[in-house]
Structure formats: structure tokens, C-alpha cells
Design a protein around this ligand. Sequence first.
Ligand SMILES: [Zn+2]
Length: 91
Amino acid sequence: MFRDVDEFINWLWPKLEWMLLMAGITGGLLGIAYLVKMFTSPSSQGQSQYRYPGLPRKCVCMECGYVVENPGKHCIEIKCPKCGGRMRRLE
Ligand SMILES: [Zn+2]
């Protein structure tokens, strides 16, 4: 077996070093995954401010009743082209 502590440490150290390296790599990957999750999740949460998923087919003016078809945006992001009033989704 081992004659003294130094020999034991010399035998053990490369294995500990390897374990620390693996732990560092694993921790780094977990950290990167966490950061990616942090940066990607706000975009999916950002859509939850809209009551409906996806873009509307029609928006109607809450002031004058003017209808915009396929606005390409959410109704709350556009203004009525006729009177400048607020628009809401027309289902
Ligand atoms: Zn209007």
C-alpha cells in the first residue's frame, strides 16, 4: 500500500484535481444553461401581457367603431387611422 502520507497525497491529488475539473465544467454548464434560460424566458413572458396569443385578424376602434383588418400588430399597439382612438380586438 502507501508508505507515507506524501505518497498517498501524490496518488490522490490527480484524482481530486480531475473531480474538481469535472465539477467546474458541470457547474459552468449549469450556469450557462441558467443564464440562457434567464435571457430567453422574458420574451415568452412578454407575450403574456396580451390577452390573446397571436396577432388579431381585426381591430375595432373604441371611439368611432372603425375596423382595421389584419393590422399585423396587436390592437393595443395601433391607433385608429380615422380618429386616432384606441383599438381593441374584434373577435
Ligand atoms: Zn376611431
